[in-house]
Write a protein that binds this ligand. Structure first.
Ligand code: NAP
Length: 281
């Protein structure tokens, strides 16, 4: 069934093109603007079935929804280019940016007469075996318009019923763990490799695999042991220095554990209390 909504997609990167493809498969018209973009974006857009419109103003004049999926550093610039045309539809700021930046962008957009939804994408580009979640925050009616577009696609819309900024906050909270974990894994594997123990390291990681992010109650035990783990992380730091590897994350982890030093051996503290202890006074 054809949707009456036309979506402007800025821009068809790895994620944007895959999301645009889901929409075109669902009968939604999706437009994009090749001006200034690379051959790779042109190729992705063609494969996704997006309609090319040479001028941004024409694209926006024909779109009632715009989705911004670009490098996070270019989020304001992209939003400004939309706002300056007098766009009055729904602008979805879906980039991995901090909640304050998302709020500023939305506030400017609304002040100019458009509507704004704060979004975030968690998961890989749609089309694979793992679901892609699109969280939506802000005005419930505007979020519902966007959720409706993605019904029956491989992008699962999740209206949060929370104010603008909430989706970006979720992305930042998730990314703070997931991306830092990748950096930590890189350093750990490099240390293991230098000492020739990387196969054992991988085997132990598989045997003991457990995400403390997925089981936050485990953090109470972490706080109770933090008095011992802080110095242990400083030993890790020494080992990294000796191996010529970056030590900053080990040092930073030790500093975080210092915040829980007062919780020594206390397994009974409520989780909210130990999380609040991480706030800098
Ligand atoms: N990829 C993922 O798995 C994933 C997962 C979750 C969330 N996200 C989020 O999705 C957003 C887009 O990520 P992506 O992986 O699709 O990035 P990407 O593959 O690097 O694509 C970015 C797109 O933006 C365009 N672009 C580059 N520089 C720009 C600029 N200065 N101003 C405006 N547009 C510019 C690129 O065009 P040209 O290169 O052709 O110039 C390309 O079309 C990010 O906010 C990211 O955090 C991505």
């Amino acid at each position: 069934m054809k949707s009456p909504v036309t979506v402007g997609l800025l821009h068809p990167g790895q994620m944007g093109a895959a999301i645009g493809h889901e929409l075109t498969k669902a009968g939604v018209r999706v437009l994009w603007c090749p001006a200034g973009r690379s051959e790779a974006s042109v190729r992705r857009a063609e494969q996704a079935g997006l309609g090319a419109v040479p001028e941004l103003g024409v694209l926006l004049g024909n779109s009632s929804v715009v989705i911004s999926l670009c490098p996070p550093a270019a989020a304001e610039e992209t939003a400004d280019s939309v706002r300056e045309t007098g766009f009055s539809g729904v602008f979805v700021e879906a980039n991995a940016i901090s909640p304050d930046r998302a709020e500023w962008i939305a506030t400017d957009m609304i002040a100019q007469g458009a509507r704004a939804v704060d979004g975030c994408v968690i998961g890989p580009p749609p089309g694979g075996s793992v679901d892609t979640h699109l969280y939506l925050a802000g005005d419930a009616e505007d979020a519902a318009v966007i959720a409706e577009l993605f019904a029956d696609t491989a992008v699962i819309p999740i209206p949060m019923e929370k104010p603008l900024g909430a989706a970006s906050a979720l992305k930042m909270a998730y990314g703070s763990y997931q991306k830092a974990a990748c950096a930590l894994a890189g350093v750990a594997q490099a240390l293991g490799r230098i000492h020739g123990v990387d196969e054992h390291l991988t085997a132990e990681a598989r045997r003991l695999a457990k995400s403390p992010l997925a089981a936050p109650e485990y953090l109470t035990g972490v706080a109770a042991k933090a008095w011992r783990w802080a110095p242990e992380m400083r030993e890790v730091s020494r080992s990294l220095v000796a191996a010529g590897l970056p030590r900053e994350m080990a040092e930073a982890a030790a500093r975080v554990f210092d915040f829980w030093e007062q919780d020594k051996d206390d397994q009974e503290l409520p989780l909210p209390q130990i999380l609040d202890q991480l706030k800098r006074s």
